[in-house]
Design a protein around this ligand. Structure first.
Ligand code: FES
Length: 121
């Protein structure tokens, strides 16, 4: 994912940098649902989690674990009074810079349409 960010281009980078806060992890399977809920209840308008395509995880099955956690997360969001669309899981390889930029842009637009997080004070 590090390379993806590098290859998405300076223009796109500049556009995204003012709207997105990147949190890099070694594998999408390392993102515990509590971290996503914490971000969303502490003011993030949305959380986009990107991982390697199924079968390409460097830790073998981290992305499959992430997918199961994402399913659980979607169920939890309603309990927290949050729209399901404030969270998204996408598979983007390190070689897919333009796709990464497209996914991030699409998600930020979706979240903007929802408006600010109800947890924002
Ligand atoms: S290393 Fe990319 S999803 Fe596991």
């Amino acid at each position: 994912m590090y390379l993806t960010w590098t290859y998405c281009g300076r223009r796109v980078l500049a556009y995204l940098a003012c709207r997105v806060r990147m949190v890099r992890v070694m594998c999408s399977g390392m993102v515990h649902p509590n971290l996503v809920i914490e971000a969303l209840t502490k003011g993030a308008d949305g959380v986009l989690m990107c991982g390697c395509h199924p079968g390409d995880c460097h830790y073998q099955d981290g992305n499959l674990k992430a997918e199961k956690r994402a399913d659980a997360l979607r169920l939890m969001l309603a309990d927290f009074g949050l729209e399901e669309e404030r969270f998204r899981l996408e598979w983007v390889s390190a070689a897919e810079g333009p796709r990464f930029a497209e996914v991030v842009s699409s998600f930020t637009e979706q979240v903007q349409q929802l408006g600010p997080s109800p947890y924002k004070s």
